[in-house]
Ligand binder design. Structure first.
Ligand code: PNS
Length: 160
């Protein structure tokens, strides 16, 4: 059986933490669908197309990875993709409440779908897209946290 995992998120923008989880997921999934949410609670900094393009640029060509935008319920998207696994990152205890709630709700909506939590490399545990956006907006150095393509895109967003 082909093991298909979905790694959903906002990816606004993709960071080294996301990249780390993609690599870790490929150690047990045959195929990984990186699923970029269309509808976010908050207005994203990057458009959907920009978020997908940056993921494509960062993750490069890999026959086992697909990057797709999804709208509506994640559980339904997982069903359409024939995925058995949802990947989510757990960085700190503070992530847990929200993540557990989502995992249980997704199980309610799609009982065959398992959520697998991955812990990123220790030097990436404090990283988040929102912090990276804020540092970039305030002119700080974001090179340690994102790929060069993302660094350039962030600088362009906040130039002038
Ligand atoms: O990177 P994020 O912002 O933490 O990702 C959250 C995301 C997009 C995975 C979550 O909001 C989601 O799954 N949205 C899709 C809509 C949905 O299925 N909502 C019910 C979740 S139980």
């Amino acid at each position: 059986m082909t093991r298909i995992a979905i790694y959903p998120g906002s990816f606004d923008p993709v960071t080294n933490g996301h990249e780390d989880l993609v690599k870790r997921s490929l150690s047990f999934a045959d195929r990984l669908v990186v699923a970029v949410a269309v509808n976010l609670a908050k207005e994203p900094l990057f458009t959907l197309e920009e978020r997908v393009d940056l993921l494509q640029a960062v993750l490069g060509k890999n026959a086992r990875i697909e990057i797709k935008a999804f709208d509506g319920l994640l559980a339904e998207f997982a069903r359409r993709e024939h995925a058995q696994i949802i990947i989510r990152g757990l960085r700190a205890v503070s992530d847990f409440d929200y993540e557990q709630q989502m995992a249980l709700m997704n199980r309610q909506l799609h009982p065959e779908l398992e959520t697998v939590f991955l812990v990123p490399a220790v030097h990436l545990t404090y990283l988040s897209s929102s912090l990276v956006r804020e540092i970039a907006r305030l002119g700080g150095d974001i090179a340690p946290f994102v790929a060069p393509q993302v660094e350039r895109a962030l600088k362009a967003k906040f130039a002038g």
